[in-house]
Design a protein around this ligand. Structure first.
Ligand SMILES: *[C@@H]1O[C@H](CO)[C@@H](O)[C@H](O)[C@H]1NC(C)=O
Ligand SMILES: *[C@@H]1O[C@H](CO)[C@@H](O)[C@H](O)[C@H]1NC(C)=O
Ligand SMILES: *[C@@H]1O[C@H](CO)[C@@H](O)[C@H](O)[C@H]1NC(C)=O
Ligand SMILES: *[C@@H]1O[C@H](CO)[C@@H](O)[C@H](O)[C@H]1NC(C)=O
Length: 378
């Protein structure tokens, strides 16, 4: 039980750390230019007629664009965020970290990047971008992170470099993934296409074929009716919340040996669409199926730690199915002890209340719930 909890925490930590680390480049190379207090992601209002704000005296770098700031302690970073910028300035060749988020940029063309061959990290989030020319990153062989979430893209940009490790395209209007968009991107670990307008026809069998190292895929909040085809089996995290998915093919997760987090909240899943053993995935730790139309509890593997089944149509639960083993009987064999410690069943049709109290939200992990008998605190 400890080992399972440890594994879960380690994985959660790994993903969390990933998220934290990738928000900003590593400390050693990242500028700590003091920023004015600002809301996390200010929504651009309207661009003003004023030129971009000039902060402070001219930079000691002659190539520092006047609308940006260049810190001598971080010569590899160019800070141009929150500056009322409409056109990307010429990027100095030494730039590795480029901050252009929260501006009014509508197009990304190749010219400003022509000598910026060292770029590793570009943040273009929260602009008005509807077009990224396909040759922009042609001469940027080492680009690792590209963040273009919260823009107006209608399709996945062409010509993205094969070196990418993280690609964030969430909150655009993407309804098209041109063939070959992700080809050769064997180093990509995170692909975020959350909150777009992608439908089943946009995801061919080969769309994700080359993404052999993908760990996190977010396709939540699109208009998928089916599970996306050809999703890489290297995934640890698959998010598909808020689509219109009504079923999962029987062998969909065959060969997924690392998959730990699956979210399918707010879809149209019913018992009919879920083959009996489809979620019997040994590596799975967290399964979220809230706000669907399930009438029974799907079968899951004994390693599962978190199960969200709230707001479905479940009328009864079989305690033996949720807790198939007795804690005492198997306490010598730890591999047999079920690890479920967070279970949500609120918003179903469970009545009258179960004697164990397991039918309502168990808000305080680690709460181990032995249905029909008792709940134990681990
Ligand atoms: C790029 O570098 C070349 C050679 O150093 C220089 O002549 C040219 O002006 C630079 N272009 C831009 C846009 O900075
Ligand atoms: C992928 O990552 C490996 C290891 O860091 C690196 O050697 C390789 O060049 C990368 N591939 C691309 C296309 O950048
Ligand atoms: C679930 O998976 C385990 C491990 O892969 C397997 O031993 C077990 O038979 C499966 N259960 C069902 C009901 O298929
Ligand atoms: C509950 O599930 C167990 C194991 O799957 C089964 O043996 C038992 O008959 C079920 N009980 C009811 C009341 O359905």
């Amino acid at each position: 039980m400890k080992a399972g909890t440890g594994l879960f925490s380690a994985l959660a930590l790994f993903l969390l750390l990933g998220a934290v680390l990738t928000q900003k480049p590593k400390k050693t190379t990242r500028p700590s230019v003091p920023k004015p207090a600002e809301p996390a992601q200010p929504e651009p209002q309207e661009p003003t007629d004023f030129p971009p704000v000039i902060l402070g005296p001219p930079s000691m770098y002659v190539d520092c664009p006047r609308e940006c700031s260049c810190s001598p302690s971080y010569p590899n970073a160019l800070n141009c965020e929150n500056r009322n910028i409409r056109n990307i300035p010429v990027i100095p060749p030494r730039t590795q970290y480029l901050y252009l988020q929260n501006n009014y940029i509508s197009e990304v063309t190749a010219e400003p990047f022509i000598n910026a061959t060292e770029i590793r990290w570009v943040n273009l989030a929260n602009n008005r971008i509807h077009r990224i020319d396909k040759n922009v990153f042609e001469k940027v062989p080492a680009l690792l992170y590209l963040y273009v979430q919260r823009n107006n893209l209608k399709e996945v940009p062409a010509g993205l470099p094969a070196s990418l490790e993280q690609l964030r395209l969430g909150r655009n209007r993407i309804s098209k993934i041109p063939a070959g968009s992700f080809s050769r991107m064997g180093n990509l670990t995170l692909l975020d296409l959350y909150h777009n307008q992608l439908s089943d026809s946009d995801m061919g069998k080969n769309t994700f074929k080359d993404l052999k190292g993908l760990v996190q895929l977010n396709l939540a909040h699109n208009i998928l009716k089916k599970m996306p085809a050809g999703v890489p089996s290297s995934l640890i995290q698959l998010f598909l919340d808020k689509n219109r998915i009504d079923g999962v093919p029987k062998d969909y997760f065959d060969g997924f040996t690392h998959l730990a987090f699956v979210r399918l909240n707010y879809n149209q899943l019913s018992d009919k669409g879920l083959p009996k053993t489809v979620f019997n995935i040994t590596s799975l730790l967290d399964l979220q199926l809230s706000h669907n139309q399930l009438a029974s509890v799907p079968l899951f593997n004994g390693h599962l730690e978190h199960l969200h089944l709230d707001h479905n149509s479940i009328e009864s639960i079989n305690g033996t199915q949720i807790c198939p083993y007795s804690l005492e009987a198997d306490s010598s064999d730890h591999s047999m002890v079920p690890r479920l410690r967070y279970l949500r069943l609120d918003g179903n049709h469970l009545s009258p209340p179960h004697p164990s109290g397991c039918h309502h939200v168990l808000q305080t992990p680690p709460l181990y719930c032995h249905l029909g008998e008792r709940c134990l605190r681990a």
